[in-house]
Design a binder for this molecule. Structure first.
Ligand code: ASP
Ligand code: MG
Length: 406
């Protein structure tokens, strides 16, 4: 098999972990697989360097920030290559640029344009093992660029696609994706196989295990991702194309996100352009809006409610107060103690009444739903944060996701 293995920061945090990681790589290589490895910086390093650059200036030159941040991955790649060599593997490190990763010139959030994989493929075929720095590439002018936080997942998937690997193994400190957070629901189960679409929903709901971009890229090219732990030698979760079996269960998981705040604009004139007017300044400020609900109008007036992350709440409220004055809206109000709970599953496409079961379950528990949105494979409700644990536990049971204790 041809395998690209990616190791995250906790798998490389300190020499003991570098050695444990090298042992995993060594084993795969010994088994006769063609292996290339992508690494991220030791945990905490990227943030530490970010802070250093901020100590110089909060608006430090973006090109130089990238040169600095990219060093974290270089340190891990060199150390892992050294240890693999010591074990007798013909290993060598490569920077993103050396590995042929070309990006655009958006420092700090560059997009990969092409991966020239000739050197990598030749090395793999010759039994050599490249240890490549994730999170970075270089632009046309040869400048070092970085891909945004968590970007080494995307590097790994892009490299796996470019070398036509059979699988991209992403090693992290959790052993897969669970039906919900096991800290809330003890009987949550590992999802053995999850479709890209479902994984994208999980990722966008704050499951931080995989960078969302990497899942989108893998989906586009049909690259299977095996999400697994470098701390345990057990099978993790396979993120892959949807298959028939996946549709038999109507709900795959119950992810939630507490980082939500909601804002309502009440009594705004219902005319073309109102939504555009409200959301333009928010977008300009770089604030992400999540759930949006607009009511039908009454006497030419309507209400719009939307959610943002808690960190953006105060700033958005201030902007909306100003906007309402300009628009002669009746009032603006909001709260930053709401949360979002979703049920996700590709099986929903072929099962009726799934949303109803969700609403019924919450109603029986006296949990008030404040907002609802749906997609083909997801139903999301916004509820009070204090109700989250109860809602998630009840929904997990209602959709038959509890692990049997028998
Ligand atoms: N080291 C980078 C970060 O912390 C990239 C990564 O870990 O994926 O964001
Ligand atoms: Mg990561």
């Amino acid at each position: 098999m041809r395998i690209v293995q990616k190791f995250g920061g906790t798998s490389l945090a300190g020499i003991a972990r570098v050695k444990a990681t090298a042992a995993i790589v060594y084993d795969a290589h010994q088994q006769g697989h063609q292996v290339a490895v992508v690494v991220s910086a030791m945990s905490g390093e990227t943030s530490r360097m970010h802070a250093l650059s901020k100590d110089i200036s909060t608006t430090a030159e973006a090109r130089e920030v990238d040169v600095l941040l990219a060093t974290g991955e270089q340190a891990s790649a060199a150390l892992l290559a050294m240890e693999l060599k010591r074990l007798g593997v013909d290993a060598f490190s490569l920077t993103g640029a050396q590995a042929g990763i070309r990006t655009d010139s958006q420092f700090g959030r560059a997009n990969i344009k092409t991966v020239d994989s000739k050197r990598l493929v030749a090395a793999m075929q010759a039994g050599k093992l490249a240890v490549i720095t994730g999170f970075q590439g270089c632009d046309e002018a040869g400048n070092i660029t970085t891909l945004g936080r968590g970007g080494s997942d995307t590097s790994a998937v892009a490299i796996a696609i470019a070398v036509d690997a059979d699988v991209c193994d992403i090693y992290t400190d959790v052993d897969g994706i669970y039906t919900t957070d096991p800290r809330i629901v003890a009987c949550a189960q590992k999802i053995k196989k999850i479709s890209y679409e479902e994984m994208l929903e999980f990722a966008s709901l704050g499951a931080k295990v995989l960078q969302t971009r990497s899942v989108g890229l893998a989906m586009k090219h049909g690259m299977p991702i095996h999400l697994r732990s470098s701390f345990d030698n057990i099978a993790g979760s396979m993120v892959c194309k949807e298959d028939k079996n996946m549709e038999t269960a109507c709900v795959t998981g119950v992810p939630f996100n507490r980082d939500e705040a909601k804002i309502t604009l009440q009594g705004i004139p219902d005319q073309p352009g109102i939504a555009a007017g409200i959301f333009a300044p928010i977008a300009e400020a770089g604030i992400n809006v999540d759930v949006i609900v607009q009511n039908i109008s009454d006497h030419g007036l309507t209400d719009i409610t939307f959610t943002v992350t808690r960190a953006d709440y105060t700033k958005t409220m201030t902007m909306m107060h100003q906007h309402c004055l300009n628009m002669k809206a009746k009032q603006v109000f909001g709260s930053n103690d709401v949360a979002k709970v979703s049920i996700i599953g590709v099986g929903m496409k072929s099962h009726a009444g799934v949303a109803q079961t969700m609403f019924q379950t919450l109603a029986q528990a006296g949990i008030n739903i404040e907002m609802i949105t749906t997609s083909e494979i997801k139903v999301t409700v916004v509820i009070e944060e204090t109700d989250v644990d109860r809602a998630v536990t009840l929904l997990h049971t209602a959709f038959g996701l509890d692990a049997s204790t028998a």
